[in-house]
Design a protein around this ligand. Structure first.
Ligand SMILES: Nc1ncnc2c1ncn2[C@@H]1O[C@H](COP(=O)(O)OP(=O)(O)OP(=O)(O)O)[C@@H](O)[C@H]1O
Ligand SMILES: [Mg+2]
Length: 365
C-alpha cells in the first residue's frame, strides 16, 4: 500500500508537485495521466526516494521513504523515465549486478531466467546493452525493476519507444503483474491507461485534476447521451420520426455527409439507450442506417478538456464530496451572516424603540 500525504516539490519559485494526497491499495493498478511537465516523474521520484520532497510524505507499506529509505525501497521496483542502464555491460552482467545490489535472496539463476522470460529478453541475454534497440533497452529497464520480486512497481512511461506489438506485450505483462503487485504507471497513451489501469489520477500543473476508477471517469464525465446516426432517407420525415420516439430530447440534422444523406444528432434523456428502437423504426420505413455511434467522451476528450483548462464538470465521486463540503461551508457562512444580520436588526429595533420612547416623552413634555 502506498500512502501519499500532501506531497510537494518546490524548484525555486515553481511548485512541480503541489500538495498531492492519495492512497494506492494493494493489488491496484493506478495510472498517472498528465501532459508534459505535469509532475508525474517528479511524484514518482519522490515515492521511490530518488529525490526528497519539500513538504509532505510518502509511506510505502507503512514505512516513510525518507525516514527509512533502505527498508522502504526493498518494497519497490522502479523503472525511471530514463532507465538506469550501464550501457557497456551485457544484459546478463547488468542483471546480475542489480541482483547483487538489491541483495536479492531468491535463487539467482532461476529468478533471473523468470524475469527475462517475463519481459522477453532471453534472446539478447548475452548482448551488450549499448547495441540493443530502444525497445529492448526499455525491457531491460523493466527487468531490473522486477528483480527481487518487489510487491510495488512504479513504472514511468514503461511503453515509451516500443513498437505497437511490443506495447501490447508490455501492457499484457503489466496487467498480469498487477494481479500480484501494486502498480503505478505513467503514460501519455490514454487508451493504454484505459486498458491497463483500475484507477486513474490525472495530474495537471502539479495538482490532481481527477482521481477515480477508469470506468467512473469515462462514464461520469461523459456530459450527455448523444447518438450520431447517419441515415439514408428523406430528411424531414426522419427528423419527425426520431422526434416522436419516447426518450428523445432533441434531434438535429447535421451536415449533408453523402449526397442526400445526413448525420442526425440525437440527444436522449439520461440513461435512455435509443439504438435498438431507432434501428427498428428506420427499418420499418425502409430507410437505411449507414452509421451509428455514441458521442460519449473518450478519456482523450476528458484529458484534453481538463488539461486545456476547459470548464468541464467532473462529476467524480471525490469532486462531488468536495463540492458538498464547499456547499456546507458556504451554507454555514450564510447562517453566520444571517445571524449577524438578525442581531443588527434587533439592535436597530431597540434603537428605534428608544427613539420612539424619547419622542413620546418629548411630546408629553
Ligand atoms: N531538477 C529540476 N529542477 C527544476 N525544475 C524541475 C526539475 N525537475 C523537474 N522540474 C520541473 O518540474 C515540472 C514537472 O516535471 P516532471 O518531469 O515531473 O513532469 P512529467 O509530468 O513527468 O512530464 P513528462 O510527461 O514530460 O515526463 C516541470 O515543469 C519541470 O520543468
Ligand atoms: Mg515524466
Amino acid at each position: 500500500m502506498i500512502e501519499v500525504q500532501n506531497l510537494t516539490k518546490q524548484y525555486g519559485a515553481k511548485k512541480a508537485v503541489d500538495n498531492l494526497s492519495f492512497t494506492v491499495n494493494d493489488g491496484e493498478i493506478l495510472g498517472f495521466l498528465g501532459p508534459n511537465g505535469a509532475g508525474k516523474s517528479t511524484t514518482m521520484n519522490m515515492l521511490t526516494g530518488y529525490i526528497s520532497s519539500t513538504e509532505g510524505k510518502a509511506l510505502i507499506n507503512g514505512i516513510d521513504i525518507l525516514d527509512d529509505p533502505i527498508e522502504a525501497k526493498k518494497n519497490i521496483g522502479y523503472l525511471p523515465e530514463i532507465p538506469p542502464l550501464y550501457l557497456d555491460m551485457t544484459v546478463k552482467d547488468y542483471l546480475n549486478f542489480i541482483y547483487d545490489l538489491k541483495k536479492c535472496k531468491l535463487p539467482r539463476k532461476a529468478h533471473l531466467e523468470d524475469v527475462c522470460s517475463l519481459v522477453m529478453i532471453k534472446d539478447v541475454y548475452n548482448r551488450i546493452i549499448r547495441n540493443l534497440s530502444k525497445g529492448y533497452k526499455q525491457r531491460v529497464g523493466l527487468a531490473q525493476a522486477l528483480i527481487g520480486n518487489p510487491p510495488i512497481l512504479i513504472l514511468d512511461e514503461p511503453t515509451v519507444g516500443l513498437d505497437p506489438k511490443q506495447i501490447i506485450e508490455i501492457r499484457t505483462l503489466i496487467k498480469k503483474l498487477g494481479k500480484k503487485h501494486t502498480v503505478i504507471l505513467s503514460s501519455h497513451i490514454l487508451p493504454e491507461i484505459q486498458a491497463v489501469c483500475d484507477r486513474i489520477i490525472i495530474i495537471n500543473g502539479g495538482k490532481i485534476a481527477a482521481d477515480d476508477t477508469t470506468e467512473n471517469l469515462t462514464k461520469n464525465i461523459s456530459t450527455d447521451h448523444k447518438l450520431i446516426a447517419r441515415i439514408d432517407g428523406p430528411r424531414d420525415e426522419i427528423l419527425k420520426t426520431i422526434k416522436n420516439m419516447p426518450g428523445v430530447v432533441s434531434v438535429v440534422a447535421d451536415m449533408e455527409r453523402e449526397a442526400g444523406i445526413f448525420d442526425y444528432e440525437i440527444e436522449a434523456k439520461e440513461g435512455v439507450d435509443l439504438r435498438r428502437e431507432l434501428f427498428k423504426r428506420v427499418v420499418a420505413r425502409n430507410w437505411v442506417i449507414l452509421g451509428l455511434k455514441t458521442t460519449e467522451m473518450t478519456l482523450e476528450d476528458i484529458f484534453l478538456k481538463i488539461t486545456m483548462g476547459d470548464d468541464v464538470v467532473i462529476k467524480t465521486k471525490k469532486n462531488a464530496e468536495e463540492k458538498a463540503a464547499e456547499a456546507d461551508a458556504k451554507a454555514e457562512q450564510y447562517d453566520e451572516k444571517a445571524a449577524a444580520a438578525d442581531a443588527k436588526t434587533e439592535e436597530y429595533d431597540k434603537l428605534a424603540e428608544k427613539a420612539e420612547a424619547a419622542e413620546k416623552k418629548e411630546g408629553e413634555e
